[in-house]
Design a protein around this ligand. Structure first.
Ligand code: NDP
Length: 274
């Protein structure tokens, strides 16, 4: 069974360092994918209201028979629902779809700066946290200046910032900011949706270790301290992505991967997505 290490968030809650993402998985396929992930040993599942598959996740969680305290469930507030009352109501809807009484982590999905509502949205997340309906709260796609503004105007430091990160977009400045403020970096698209798997440095290291390129990239994230949530609907890949704890990248291999940073954003720019 799974030997996934846990990271400790800034409020003492622990979170598996490797979880399972379900972006772009249709609701009706999500139950099978999450079921396979849980059977393989994943215990952390990352969904979002906008993915339209919280119900599919919830069905898999219920059918698994796993004790609730062994699971770590993350969902996210969609942009249109930002605002104090709208957040509280969107959160109720997410919980109902998941069939849960609480989530482990609730995130603001994007800062959407032109909307300028993330401060009042954060107050709603603080209330959800205080009510025990989320064990931890955090943000996603926040740049350092969005985070700084949040820190200047609130009492609770986000436990996590979930951002695009992979060898092509290493987010050094943001990760340093997180370290200074006790925020865990969680990498979305940790494989850049496959775009970094053919890089020569990656395939060379994979061949040397007898691992796949995806395993090398995930291992790199883990050694940096990132939380990762690779997505796959392919059973063999779901298992492969979890099997990354039996080898270690040495300093020269970490350096070779560090050199692949090229500002490769595969998703939207957080400063302009509104
Ligand atoms: P990933 O980087 O996890 O890549 C997923 C893609 O890579 C799929 O096409 C999958 O194919 C393929 N793949 C997975 N494993 C392997 C493997 N071992 N070898 C080769 N190919 C592989 O991309 P995502 O964008 O899905 O990101 C992961 C998760 O991050 C999401 O599911 C979501 O939970 C979260 N996310 C959050 C965002 C945010 O704004 N907060 C934005 C985007 C994602 P297949 O499924 O066909 O096997």
């Amino acid at each position: 069974m799974s030997t996934v290490p846990h990271v400790t968030l800034n409020n003492g809650v622990t979170m598996p360092q490797l979880g399972f993402g379900v972006f772009q998985v249709p609701d009706e396929e999500t139950t099978a994918a999450v079921t396979h992930a849980l059977e393989s040993g994943y215990r952390s599942i990352d969904t979002a209201a906008i993915y339209g598959n919280e119900s599919g996740v919830g069905r898999a969680l219920a059918a698994s028979g796993l004790p609730r305290q062994d699971l770590f469930v993350t969902t996210k507030l969609w942009n249109e629902d930002q605002g104090y009352d709208t957040t509280l109501s969107a959160f109720d809807t997410s919980l109902a779809r998941l069939g849960l009484e609480y989530v482990d982590l609730y995130l603001i999905h994007w800062p959407t700066p032109a909307r300028d509502r993330y401060l009042e949205t954060w107050r709603a997340l603080e209330r959800i946290l205080a009510d025990g309906r989320a064990r931890a709260i955090g943000v996603s796609n926040f740049q350092p200046h969005h985070l700084q503004r949040l820190l200047d105007h609130s009492g609770v430091v986000p436990a996590v910032n979930q951002v695009e990160a992979h060898p092509g977009l290493q987010q050094r400045e943001l990760r340093e900011f997180h370290t200074r403020h006790g925020v865990v970096t969680e990498a979305w698209s940790p494989l850049a949706q496959g775009a970094v798997l053919s890089y020569e440095a990656v395939t060379d290291i994979a061949a040397r270790h007898g691992q796949t390129p995806a395993q090398v990239v995930l291992r790199w994230h883990l050694q940096l301290g990132n939380v990762v949530i690779p997505k796959s609907v392919t059973p063999a890949r779901i298992r492969e992505n979890l099997d990354v704890f039996g080898f270690t990248l040495d300093e020269s291999e970490m350096a070779a991967l560090a050199a692949l940073d090229r500002g490769l954003r595969t998703g939207p720019d957080p400063d302009t997505l509104n």
